[in-house]
Design a protein around this ligand. Sequence first.
Ligand code: ADP
Ligand code: MG
Length: 267
Amino acid sequence: MNVLSLISTKGGVGKTTVAANLGGVLVDAGLRVLLLDLDSQPALSSYYALCASREAGSYELIAQRLTTPGQVISTTVIQHLDLIVSNDRAGNISTLLLHAADGRLRLRNLLPAFQDQLAHSCGQGSSIYALGLARFLQGDMMSACHLLFPQLENSLRHVLSDSGIDTSKLDEEMLQEDRSLSGLLSNRREQLESVFGIDLIYTIDLLFNLKGSPCLRHELAHGKLASGTCYLHSSIYACWLMYYLVCLPLQRFWSTHVAPQLERISL
Ligand SMILES: Nc1ncnc2c1ncn2[C@@H]1O[C@H](COP(=O)(O)OP(=O)(O)O)[C@@H](O)[C@H]1O
Ligand SMILES: [Mg+2]
């Protein structure tokens, strides 16, 4: 995670304009960007239209140390360009930080909380998917299963967080941790169904999670997926299912963008 700050004591020199456009350029280059609007005049917050808008923003981040992505990160209409909006019109943050013991360091200490959120950049996750799907199409099921199946859990979490749904839980020592696939399927099922539909979630449950099923997620995670199992119908179907999941967001562009490209490549 890289942090870029745009600072000038003078107003009107182009900080907001540069921040917004730099963010757009970096997303185009394949990075995941989180814009953090800390200006009491919230110009950066209205630069891009919002897709999912959160009530919390820079004030809750700084004053309450709120870093839960689903509560504080708004998403813009540009995929992978997210935003923490400025909601400190009265300029209370500067006074608060001036009198806080950790005032000079608070933001720096809070930023690592977004590391995970930004790590799912298009680059990292998608290259594993691409390799896994290539191995699958080549018939190398052992590599395909081991590359693709571990991605499922995190990808579901990612889709839920993008829709503003919290995918973490507090353990008995009050430490925050990610919910596992079983945890998501039992505690966030309704939300998953609203995004993917009941049938698809049921199929995922049947293949990857339910006791008595092939239990692919757990078998693999515990090193119990025997090499022969990777060639069973259930594993082959699971790889196809993951291919389908990856294609889902492309469905609405299929006839205009994807199909013509596929035809061009196959010629
Ligand atoms: N490179 C530029 N060339 C011309 N006008 C610019 C440029 N960068 C910003 N502006 C304009 O200058 C004004 C102030 O820019 P802004 O980004 O809001 O500054 P700041 O955030 O530093 O207060 C805006 O009207 C913006 O459109
Ligand atoms: Mg500005």
